[in-house]
Write a protein that binds this ligand. Structure first.
Ligand code: FEO
Length: 166
């Protein structure tokens, strides 16, 4: 049986993950508006992954016999000053997700909740990957600066991202 505090924390994360899906879909739309289809594709794949994350939490809460409670999902921003600013925002967002997941892990450890601890390990690893891939693109955008050819080349590269796996 999950503690009340743990149920609340995991329920809140469903909202965070669904918001993340909104957030990246909004970025996808922003990039489409700039005719940067590769970045738009990358963000669309990211949005799909986030919905998959929400489903993992949803399934886990159900598996543990806990009540799933949905809250309103905040509207994401719809515009950014530049691709660089969008990726800065994306990295900031991922760092927030990492912090929340780490707090859940701290709670699982303090409660001796081994099942939740094990469940969250996947997310701890996933956040390392998400921060790394987002930061990798951000650093390239910094290198490119105002070089349009570089931006188009990076757009092509990130457009090769395979379908979401999780
Ligand atoms: Fe659900 Fe971007 O981590």
């Amino acid at each position: 049986m999950l503690s009340k505090k743990m149920q609340q924390s995991l329920n809140e994360q469903i909202n965070v993950e669904l918001f993340s899906g909104y957030f990246y879909l909004s970025m996808s739309s922003y990039f489409l508006g700039l005719n940067l289809e590769g970045f738009a594709h990358w963000m669309r794949m990211q949005a799909q992954e986030e919905l998959g994350h929400a489903m993992k939490y949803y399934n886990y809460l159900n598996d543990r016999g806990a009540k799933v409670l949905f809250k309103p999902i905040e509207a994401p921003p719809s515009d950014w000053k530049s691709p660089l600013h969008a990726f800065e925002d994306a990295l900031k967002h991922e760092k927030r997700s990492t912090r929340l997941i780490n707090e859940q892990m701290d709670l699982a450890i303090s409660e001796g909740d081994h099942a939740t601890h094990f469940f969250l390990e996947w997310f701890v690893n996933e956040q390392v990957e998400e921060e790394s891939s987002t930061n990798g693109i951000l650093q390239k955008l910094r290198l490119i600066s105002d070089n349009t050819s570089g931006l188009l080349m990076l757009d092509h590269n990130v457009g090769q991202r395979a379908s979401a796996t999780s």
